[in-house]
Write a protein that binds this ligand. Structure first.
Ligand SMILES: O=P(O)(O)OC[C@H]1O[C@@H](O)[C@H](O)[C@@H](O)[C@@H]1O
Length: 315
């Protein structure tokens, strides 16, 4: 045996890395799924960058997704979190967007997955980035809205929350005006025992009553029929809007730079008229509370950016 006086000492054990989120791309590269080491998960369809599913560590789904939702890119997804841009609803009087379909084209366009990153201060969270720009649009959409834009959408999953952040950039030479909204469908047990708080004393447009201007009383919102209201909460974006289901606070929505909140439940007749709304009594198990910038227009000059976000906390 060779004597080796300068034999290197054994390597110090490499410290093991903390467990990381698992990110998978599946279904012919059309879906991105992230699962945290603690079990929470989120699934995003590249069509519309639509969040389809958000589950807690016990596998309990937090978002409502219609059983009849089209997930093949033929129609905006009925459920989850569709992204509204550059127009909320339709705007026949706003010339630049008047030709666009309801809620714009972002929810009907295929986005790119730009990658994942983890928060250094918390290995137990993951951020997924998605992008859409004028270059990705199909010819028809480009003709209807001929502006150069970039959208960066980040979805961050943490153990007790989901954040969705949209950055809109004007990449062209001419200004444009736009609206945006995160059209979240929350899964709830029973709409008749749901309350939404945080919108008390706030002005709203009542879309089921001729878009009349009204003011919410100092009571929480409850549901007993079709509801479609655009609120501008008096307390501002940082004040949480809370969804309570059967007396238990289930979701707390905190907004950043999104001044409006749309509250929508289609109830019996409207659901019956939507081919992709299944089951037909599914309106009992969903409520949309949608953070957005929709009551006015955001004007972006050349090179300008607008950022709006929501974080949904599980209570
Ligand atoms: O059927 P769509 O285009 O997905 O829209 C659903 C609802 O979206 C809400 O945001 C609107 O306030 C409603 O008026 C609309 O009915």
């Amino acid at each position: 045996m060779v004597d080796r006086p300068n034999k290197p000492s054994a390597l110090a054990a490499t410290p093991s890395l903390p467990p990381q989120a698992q990110v998978t791309i599946s279904d012919g590269s059309s879906r991105v799924t992230a699962v945290l080491p603690t079990g929470e998960s989120v699934e995003i369809l590249l069509y519309g960058a639509t969040v389809l599913s958000w589950k807690d560590a016990s596998g309990d789904e937090k978002l409502w997704l219609s059983e009849g939702a089209k997930l093949d890119g033929t129609k905006a997804v009925r459920g989850g979190i569709p992204l509204v841009f550059p127009v909320f609803g339709t705007a026949p009087d706003h010339e630049a967007t008047s030709k666009l379909p309801q809620h714009g084209f972002a929810r009907n366009s295929r986005w790119e997955f730009l990658g994942k990153s983890s928060n250094e201060s918390s290995s137990n969270s993951v951020k997924l980035d998605f992008g859409l720009s004028s270059e990705n649009l199909d010819e028809a959409a480009r003709q209807l809205w001929p502006y150069k834009f970039g959208l960066l959408y980040s979805v961050t999953l943490a153990p007790e929350s989901l954040s969705t952040v949209l950055v809109i950039t004007n990449e062209g030479d001419v200004p444009f005006e736009c609206q945006t909204l995160l059209h979240t469908y929350f899964k709830i047990k029973d709409i008749s025992s749901v309350q939404v708080t945080g919108l008390e004393d706030s002005p709203f447009h009542d879309k089921v009553d001729g878009v009349k201007d009204k003011t919410q009383s100092s009571d929480p919102i409850t549901f007993s029929g079709e509801t479609d209201r655009v609120y501008t909460p008096v307390k501002g974006p940082g004040h949480p809007v809370v969804i309570t289901d059967g007396g238990v606070a289930k979701f707390r929505v905190v907004r950043d730079n999104l001044d409006d909140v749309v509250v929508w439940n289609p109830w019996v007749d409207k659901s019956a008229g939507m081919g992709d709304f299944q089951p037909k009594d599914g309106w009992k198990n969903m409520v949309c509370v949608e953070a957005g910038a929709v009551s006015t227009w955001q004007k972006l000059e050349k090179g300008d950016a607008f950022e709006g976000a929501q974080t949904i906390y599980l209570n």
